[in-house]
Design a protein around this ligand. Sequence first.
Ligand SMILES: Cc1cc2nc3c(=O)[nH]c(=O)nc-3n(C[C@H](O)[C@H](O)[C@H](O)COP(=O)(O)OP(=O)(O)OC[C@H]3O[C@@H](n4cnc5c(N)ncnc54)[C@H](O)[C@@H]3O)c2cc1C
Ligand code: SF4
Length: 489
Amino acid sequence: MSRRWLFADQLGPHFLDDRRQPVLLIESKAVFRRRVYHRQKAHLVLSALRHRAAELGDQAIFLRAETYRQALKKVREPLEVCHPTSRRARAFLRDLDRVTVLPARGFVTSLEDFADWADGRRGALRMEAFYRFAREHHGVLMQGRDPVGGRWSFDTENREPPPKTGKLDVPAPPMPKEDDIDAEVRADLDRWEREGIRFAGRDGPRRFPATAKEAKARLRHFLRHRLAAFGPYEDAMLTGDPWLAHSMLSAAFNLGLLDPAEAIRGAEQAYRQEGAPLASVEGFVRQVLGWRDYIWHTYWYFEPSWRGSNELAARRSLPDWWNDLDADAVDAHCLSDVLAGVRDRAWVHHIPRLMVLGNYALQRGWRPAELVEWFHTRFVDGYEWVMTGNVVSMSQYADLGRMTTKPYVSGGAYLNRMSDYCGGCRYDPRKRLGEKACPFTAGYWAFLSANRPRIPANARMARTMKQLERLSDLDAVVAQEKRRGSDPP
Ligand SMILES: Cc1cc2nc3c(=O)[nH]c(=O)nc-3n(C[C@H](O)[C@H](O)[C@H](O)COP(=O)(O)OP(=O)(O)OC[C@H]3O[C@@H](n4cnc5c(N)ncnc54)[C@H](O)[C@@H]3O)c2cc1C
Ligand code: SF4
C-alpha cells in the first residue's frame, strides 16, 4: 500500500482508505514566515497536525522542516496525496514526479460532477441552482423527487432579529480541553515570535477542535442542543453572544477533521427521527451541502484570474488599525465589537464577516486582494479556496456579480434591525450627515454615488438608485465620507 501524504488540512479518517495505511505528515515552518497569521489560527493548525501525528504513532512519518521540499528529500518511497485545496499546492505537486494525486475528499459533490452540472448550464452559475442539483444528486432531504416540506429553501424563515433579552437561550458549545500537545505548540509559537515570526491577534485558549474526536463531539452537541435555534437566528448579531446558535464547525471541516457528509446525514436524521425543525435543518444543510461546496467548486471551475478581479477599481490599502485588529481605536460599536471578536477569537459568524467587515471594506474602497489576505490569515477557518467566492465575489462584488445579483452593501438600518449594536453606539443609524452620522449609513450612500457608473443596472438595484438620485444632501455626505476616508470610524 502506498504511503499517503496528508496535507495539514486533510487530517480526518476520511482521508485514508485503510486504518493501517502508512502516512506522511509534514510541518513546514516557512508557511508561518510567509504570512502574518492570527496566533490562534497558527496554534490550531499546528495542534491539529501534531495531534494527528500522535494518534497515528508508528504508522506515520512526521517531519518538521523549513519547507515541504526539504522534508520530501528525506522520504524515498512513492507517495500519493488527495487533491490539494489550492492552485499553488496543485502546481507544486505537478512538479513532483513520484507523487500520485488522487481525487479530492472533504467535500460532498465531486469536481467531475460539478463540472458536468456547470457545463450543461447557460447563464450565471448561482448557488441556489447548484444546491438544488446537489440535494437531488445526493438524495438529501428529499421525498421522492420533491424536497421535503415542499420547498427547496426556508431562507425567508432564517432571518429573525436577535432576541430582546440580549442572549440566545441555547447551551454553549463544549470547548476542547487543551493538553500537553497544546502546551508544546504554545511554547513553540512563543519561541518563534521571539525569533521574529509575526502573528496577529491575541493568544487564547483553543476553542476549536483539533482532533476528529473533538470535532464529532462538537457536531453531536450542535445537532442535539443548538440546531433548532440555528435557523431563525442565523443572521442575528449580539454584543454579548458571539456564537449564537452557529455550529462553529468550519475550522473542523476545513482542517479535514470532520466529513461534511456526516454532518449533513446527522442533520437529516435530527429532522426525521428527533423532530428538529425543518427550517433549521434545511438552513444548515444549505450552508454545508450548498454554500461550502459551491465556494469550493467555483474556485476550481472558474478561471484563476477571477481571484484578482477588481471591477470596482478599489485602490485604497487596508489601514494599520484594521491589519492590527485594533478594535479599541474604533468608536462604531458594531465594527469595534466584531473586530475585537477577530482579535480575541479569530472567528466571527457569517453576518459580521459579510455585513460588518466586508460591507465596511467595500464602502471604503479597499483593495480586494489585500482583504483576501486579511480574511485568509486572520480567521481560524481561512483557506485559499474559500477566499475568492466569499471575499472577492460575494463580499466585495469585485467581479460585478458572478455569484450575487447585487452588492452586499448596507447602511446602519440593516445592522440596527439585525443586532443590538446601535443602542450602545455614539452614532445614529438614521443619520447620514453631521457628528452623529453613522459611518455605515453615510458610507453606503457615498459608495453608491461613487460606483454608480460601474454597478450594472438591474431590477434589484433600481429602487436604491432612484433613492440616491433624490438625496438632496448627497454632495455633503460624499465630502464628509471622503474626509473620514480609511480612518477608524
Ligand atoms: C467575507 C467572508 C469570508 C468568509 N471566510 C470564510 C473562511 O475563511 N472559511 C470558511 O470556512 N468560511 C468562510 N466564510 C463563510 C462563513 O462565514 C463561515 O463558514 C462561518 O461563519 C463559519 O462559522 P460556523 O462554522 O459556525 O458556520 P455555520 O453558520 O454554523 O454554518 C455551517 C457551515 O456551513 C459552511 N458554510 C456556510 N457558508 C459558507 C460559505 N459561504 N463558504 C464556505 N463555507 C460555508 C461552513 O463550513 C460552516 O461551518 C466567509 C464568509 C464571508 C462573507
Ligand atoms: S449606529 Fe452605525 S456604527 Fe453605530 S452600531 Fe449602529 S450601524 Fe454600527
